[in-house]
Every structure is written in C-alpha cells, then in structure tokens.
Write a protein that binds this ligand. Structure first.
Ligand SMILES: Cc1ncc(C[n+]2csc(CCOP(=O)(O)OP(=O)(O)O)c2C)c(N)n1
Ligand SMILES: [Mg+2]
Length: 657
C-alpha cells in the first residue's frame, strides 16, 4: 500500500508509548498485549481495515473486535491515532478514570469504533461470528454493492482457551464465514505465566479440523504479517492468523513475561522502554510525522466510503437498507388484526406455541428478524414459515441452526444485534439460560436488542425432571440490570410481550414460556397491558383483603385462588406481572394502586420465592418452590409442590385470621 514499510515501526511504537504511558498514569491496566500486538495492529489498520473515522457508523465498514479486551489501550490508541473524534488525547491521559470513555475494558456504548464490549475472554470472538453472519445475510439480501465487508478479531490465548471458542469457531467453520479473520496474539503467556503451565493443545489443528484456514507469521515482522493476512484473504474459509509475538515487546527487562500482562511497567522500565524503542517524545506526545502517517491511514477509507455512498444513492432499496441498519421497525400491518383475533378466539395453548403464532405474524412483517435455536427448534417453537434456513449455501435464509451451542448462540446473537440490520432471536430451555448467561449479561450491558426465547419455564415441563426444571432462573435473570425478563400468562400476553421486546431497541428481552397449555385470560386487545409490567387482571368483588400476584402459568392459579377466596367473602385482586422490570419503572401512584400497603399481598410463581418480598413486603406471603423439582407429569408436580388453589387458600385465610 501507500505507506513505506519503514514508517510502520514508529507507528507501532506510538501504540506502545501511548499504552505504557496510559497504564503508568493510571497505575492500572494491561500494557503487555498492546505492546506485543502493536506491529500486527499497525499493519491491519494501515493496509487492510476498511473504515472512515469521520463516519464511524458507516454501514459497510469492516468490523474490528478486540476480543482480548484487557488490551484496551490498543484500541484506544488506534482510534486516537487514526483520527476518530473520540477518544481525545485527554481521554487517553484519563485512561480508567471516571468520565473517560477509555474504560478499563472497551465499551461499545462509550466509543464509536468499539464494535463490542469485550473483556470476558472468548465472547468478543464469538460475537464477531455473529457479525460475520449478519454481514453475509445482508450481503445476500441487499447485494455486494451495499454490503461487502470483513470482520477482524484480535484474540489472545485466553480467548482461544475458553470453552465458548469451540462453539463459536464450530459455527463459523460450518457456515463457511470466509470474511472472518482472527488475528491470534500467539505470545504463549497468560496471567499465571507460560501457557505450558495449563495447555498442550494443538490449536492450529483444532481450527483446521473445524473447517478453518490457518496460517502463522512472525508478529513483529510487518512484511510477514502482510503475507499471512494476504493468504487469509485469499482463502475462502474463515482464517486464523497465528501471530507469534512477544508480550510487552519493547520493555527490555519485562518483555516476554507475564509481568507485562496486567500491571504498570514502573517508571524505570518505562524509561528503559523509551530507550529501547528510541522513543524520545514525552508521555502522550506523538511526533508530528508519525501522527501524520497515522492520520493518513484514517484517510484511506474515504474514497471507498464516497463510492459506497454513491452506490447507496443509486440503489432502489436505499431507504429500506438505511432503515434496516438504523434498527427501525416497519409498519406491523397484520399485527393489530392478529391480536384482535387472539382476543376473540381465546385459544388455550402453551405460551411457547403462542410465541410461535406471534412470530408467524411478526417474521412476516419484519424481515430483519432472524431466528434460531440451540437444537430445540421443535420445542422452542422458534421456526416460522417466513424463516427458511440460513446456511453456507444460502445466507439469505433467516433461521440459524445453532446446534447444541447455547453460549455460542447467545454470543452470536449479540454480534448480529451489534452489527445491525438484523434483529436476532434464539431459543433454548430456560434452565439452560445458565449455559448462555454470560452472553445474556453482555447483551444487557451492551444495550442491544437480542431476544432470548426460553421455553419449558417451570416444573410445568413435567417428566424431564429436576435437571430440566428451572427454579432459581427467573429471579436470577431478573437480577441482571437492563434485561427485560417477560413471563406471559396466555396467548395475548405473549403477543404483547413480543411486541415490547421488538420495540426495545436498547435492551435485550428474555421470554419465559411454558411447555404446558394455558387458558386465555383476556378478551380485550385494545391496549398492550403488559407494557406497564403488571396490571390488575381481576378486581375484587367482595371487600378487598388480598392482592394475588401471579406470573406466567401461575396467573391461572392466582385466579382460582381468588375465586375460592371470594366464595368465602374475602375480596381478592389478581395482578398479572409479566415483567417486574417494567413494573418497577412505573410511577409510584401506579405501583401503589396495584400493590396497596393495607392488604395482604401474595406472590405465586413456580420458582424460588427468593426476592418476592420486594413486592409482597415482609408481612406478605410468597408461594413458590425452594428446592429442586422432580420427575412426574406436570399436574402431579403442581400438587406435590403446593402450587394449587387448594394448597394456597388455607395459607391465606390463616394469615388473615
Ligand atoms: C472469562 C474471563 N476469565 C478470566 C479473565 C481474567 N483475565 C484477563 S486477561 C487473562 C489472561 C489472558 O491471557 P491472554 O489472552 O493470553 O492475554 P495476554 O496475557 O497474552 O495479554 C485473564 C485470565 C477474563 N477477563 N475473562
Ligand atoms: Mg497470551
């Protein structure tokens, strides 16, 4: 490319200097990885990466994911040096301090150019797989004129050692995601020391066996790095580029050791590194010629960007593409009719089936929706007639067979949501939310619209027994900030929850759905009553003494309890609470009206009672299951665990007396 190769070394040293100086100033952080990968990153950003710092959200930019997020100073340096408006040099001086976008680990919501929040090792690479899926899908849908970009990852030994790596690369290899290139910081060092301490794996063989192209290079020889990347680009498979590097390269006494991994180098070693690197500038000053070279790399993408804008303007589907990338929803033309029909027909069905019906209507109207399941398609009811298989032969499909890879699925969904242009939903059993929990948490942290469809949401799944019966799951998921956990009680509520999940562009939702049939509870669809998180489904007829709060399948139980109480002259409201988070966001008057102080409040949910005091207070009653379930038909289990009107009513009357 245009830059003279001899100019690359000082450019890489600029990354090294910024990284060691910022970590030194913060007295915290990870200088080793940015210093070790500085040469590779310089080659990538100056010669290959397609980007335009003036428009960081350009839809057809390459995606760059720093999966080894502890090396955050690498990406902060790259963004600053190549000319992004943010971070500024002041932000870098304030690395890891309050108010600086240069947080300890890269956060997608703090800086444009940070495509994904990374730091939990392995997940960055797994999200990149989702980005690469989204790219191929949109390429198939809108054509190469509008969508043709690569996904680049820098990953460390840790990212490759994590279990999720197996799931992620298996999916990428199977889907033949040739636009995905992983640059592995093959430095043979982790925190505890040499990788010899903990692994003997032949990583290259594992990737090759999974359908990847593998190539190695000397990560400090820029010509060799280019050679390896060129080979990767030429190969149709996803590529692993093993970059042999020295961690902390440039710090003469500490390089090559884990001492550079996660602590400031110390004043003396920073000074020694300056000598070694022949870097005479004071901290946070980049020589004008080096900065100019860096800024010119940021100019590289301008022409390609301008040409792309021209192609977009000329494209018939420009408006549709732009709306898709912005995450806008099209008009849901059939939706009101669908809900009205549900209200009129009052079907008795499992909410997983209700979800399938809702999805039938939504996937017809919303082409951005891409479904999938971790090998439980028939149980999660996630497939619809509009969503044909997305395969290596047909990226235009809209249904991903993720295989038995729950964590890989959830992370890939996050990557798809981050990429934009698609809205991912994917299913598994609720009990296996544990297998994808770290990605659910990262969806919430990243403020993205991933929709998790979790069926078989209680002992109501019956015979499969305690391994498959969620107990603590609902409450533990509700503890994750910025995640909407929704547990609808019938077909109409399920439709309402789906509508809410779709409309929530900046937070993920998790729908907890039953295996067993549930009766319809409402006949009026005019207002989305789930939108407030909870609502009064039934008002007491006799003098109100009790408010029963139910969720999902237990709303039916709450209604039966209310009937029985009313028969004894005890007035009882029933509140359906499909989403505690949304209820918590309502104003005090609404919440107090639903859950008044002066009456006995009773929660009924077929899971742990832990946390329900929040709604029923210390004098309330919490009905639930505080042990593992059992294997038996569902009805017998509800009896055994006392989630029936017969078992609950006496507890309430004795509490009232
Ligand atoms: C899931 C997860 N586990 C543990 C950590 C803590 N951690 C951060 S970096 C690291 C070592 C990673 O080694 P490597 O990827 O080789 O990075 P290097 O030391 O080469 O920079 C660990 C254990 C983490 N960030 N994420
Ligand atoms: Mg390492």
């Amino acid at each position: 490319m245009s830059l003279d190769p001899s100019r690359l070394a000082p450019m890489a040293n600029a990354i090294r200097a910024l990284s060691m100086d910022a970590v030194q100033a913060a007295n915290s952080g990870h200088p080793g990885m940015p210093m070790g990968m500085a040469d590779v990153a310089t080659v990538l950003w100056s010669q290959y990466l397609k980007f335009d710092p003036a428009d960081p959200k350009w839809a057809d930019r390459d995606r760059f994911v720093l999966s080894a997020g502890h090396g955050s100073m690498l990406i902060y340096s790259l963004l600053y040096l190549s000319g992004y408006a943010s971070p500024t040099i002041e932000d870098i001086k304030n690395f890891r301090q309050i108010g600086s976008p240069c947080a300890g680990h890269p956060e997608n919501f703090l800086l444009d150019g940070v495509e994904a929040t990374s730091g939990p090792l392995g997940q960055g690479l797994a999200m990149a797989v989702g980005m690469a899926i989204a790219e191929r899908h949109l390429n198939a849908e809108f054509g190469g004129d509008l969508v043709d970009h690569r996904t680049w990852v820098i990953a460390g030994d840790g990212c490759l050692m994590e279990g999720i790596n197996h799931e992620a690369i298996g999916l990428a290899g199977h889907l033949k995601l040739g636009q995905l290139i992983v640059l592995w910081d093959d430095n043979r060092i982790t925190i505890d020391g040499s990788t010899d301490l903990s692994t003997s794996e032949d990583i290259r063989a594992r990737y090759a066996a999974t359908g990847w192209h593998v190539v190695s290079c000397n990560g400090h020889d820029t010509a060799d790095v280019s050679r390896a990347i060129d080979e990767a680009l030429a190969d149709p498979r996803p590529s692993l580029v093993a970059c042999q590097t020295i961690i902390g390269k440039g710090a003469p006494n500490k390089q090559g050791t884990s001492a550079t991994h996660g602590a400031a180098l110390g004043e003396a070693e920073v000074a020694a590194a300056r000598e070694t690197l022949d870097w005479t500038s004071p901290p946070f000053e980049i020589p004008a010629d080096v900065l100019a070279d860096w800024r010119s790399t940021g100019e590289r993408g301008k022409a390609a960007h301008a040409e792309w804008e021209g192609r977009l303007k000329a494209n018939d589907r420009a408006a549709e593409f732009t709306a898709r990338m912005a995450g806008d929803l099209p008009a849901l033309t059939g939706w009101a009719d669908y809900k009205a029909k549900v209200a009129a027909e009052k079907p008795k069905m499992a909410t997983r089936k209700s979800s399938e019906e809702a999805l039938g209507a939504l996937t017809r109207d919303v082409p951005a929706l891409i479904g999938g399941s971790a090998d439980l398609t028939g149980s999660n009811n996630t497939k619809t007639p509009s969503t044909g298989p997305l395969t290596a032969e047909n990226y235009g499909g809209r249904y991903v067979y993720y295989g038995i890879r729950e964590f890989g699925m959830a992370a890939a969904m996050n990557g798809m949501a981050l990429h934009g242009g698609v809205i991912p939903y994917g299913g598994t059993f609720l009990v296996f939310a544990d297998y994808c929990r770290p990605a659910i948490r990262l969806a919430a942290l990243q403020q993205i619209r991933s929709i998790f469809v979790m069926t078989h949401d209680s002992i109501g799944l019956g015979e499969d027994g305690p391994t498959h019966q969620p107990i603590e799951h609902l409450q533990s998921l509700r503890a994750i900030p910025n995640l909407l956990v929704m547990r609808p009680a019938d077909t109409l509520e399920t439709a309402e929850c789906w509508e809410l999940a779709l409309q929530e562009a900046k937070r993920p939702s998790l729908l907890a759905l039953t295996r067993q049939n549930l009766p319809a509870l409402r006949d009026d669809a005019s207002e989305n009553r789930c939108a407030k998180g909870a609502y009064r489904l039934r008002a007491a007829t006799a003098d109100r003494k009790v408010v029963l709060i139910g969720t999902g399948s237990e709303v039916e139980v709450a209604l039966a309890v209310a009937e029985a109480l009313e028969a004894q002259g005890i007035g009882a409201d029933v509140v359906s609470m499909p989403c505690t988070e949304l209820f918590d966001e309502q104003d005090g008057a609404y919440r107090a009206d639903l859950l008044p102080r002066d009456v006995l409040k009773v929660s009924i949910e077929a899971g742990t009672t832990f946390g329900w005091e929040r709604y029923v207070g210390s004098d309330g009653l919490t009905i639930g299951i505080d042990r593992f379930g059992a294997s038996a038909p569902a009805e017998q289990l509800f009896e055994k665990f006392g989630i029936t009107a017969d078992a609950i009513v006496p507890q309430i009357t004795s509490k009232l007396s």
